[in-house]
Design a protein around this ligand. Sequence first.
Ligand SMILES: [Zn+2]
Length: 148
Amino acid sequence: MLSTPHLLVGAAIVKVIPNPIIGLPLAFLSHFALDSIPHWDGSPKAPFSRKIFGGIFLDYAIGVSVVFVLTNSYENQYLLWLGAFLGTLPDFILGSYKHLENIFSRFAIVRIPNEFHLSIQRNLPLVNGLLTSGFISFIAVIILLYRS
Ligand SMILES: [Zn+2]
């Protein structure tokens, strides 16, 4: 899944569960739940081209900007940002793994979680995949906008 929904859901989880001992690990684990929902992410193949890096950067910049704006007035904004980051961390790990697979694939402790991450991907064509990502992002935005 694209980074924007992962960032938004990670922040939304920490908003709903502000205890960092519970909320932050759940933000990290949410990544795998979201990746198992049918989505489109372009399925970038390593080695990554400049165009792919540009797309990844643009997606991440959009997600970070939206999270920044939506959490601007929260007292625990830094915790929400950390939740957002943890929601995307598995993709940084996977991207590093794909880029250096020749080295990392020798180590089961690195290979097995990344192969699991790859195995749960459910890719859809562009439009349908973006609709699911958009819907998930919309729910997360509503949660972040709601102030009791
Ligand atoms: Zn992922």
